[in-house]
Write a protein that binds this ligand. Structure first.
Ligand SMILES: [Zn+2]
Length: 105
């Protein structure tokens, strides 16, 4: 009997905690904070970079999570990304050289 009562009280306090958390979350959202889809943290909108600056659309994932994501991606596909950047760099260089040659003639 005693343990049941305790369990019930525990549940009640959990419920209270949950409601309190929801209240805090709603308050933070009212103040313009956004919940990060990845880490679940409530952060001010400046912590979210723009996806489209003209339309003021921001990412759903905070800057820190994006940083971690990029790092993980780089660790996994580092060689591919390096090769891609290498090719891009040399293409640009070639284009510049061609432009210079065109200017000379
Ligand atoms: Zn995050």
């Amino acid at each position: 009997m005693e343990s049941l009562k305790e369990e019930y009280l525990n549940m009640e306090s959990l419920k209270e905690q949950y409601l309190k958390m929801r209240e805090i979350k709603a308050k933070l959202q009212q103040q313009g904070n956004i919940e990060c889809r990845k880490c679940g943290g409530m952060k001010d909108k400046e912590s979210f970079s723009f996806r489209n600056k003209a339309l003021e659309i921001r990412r759903k994932i905070c800057r820190e999570c994006v940083k971690i994501y990029n790092k993980e991606r780089y660790n996994k596909n580092g060689d591919k990304i390096k090769l891609h950047e290498y090719i891009k760099y040399h293409k640009k260089k070639q284009e510049k050289q061609q432009q210079k040659q065109q200017q000379v003639f």
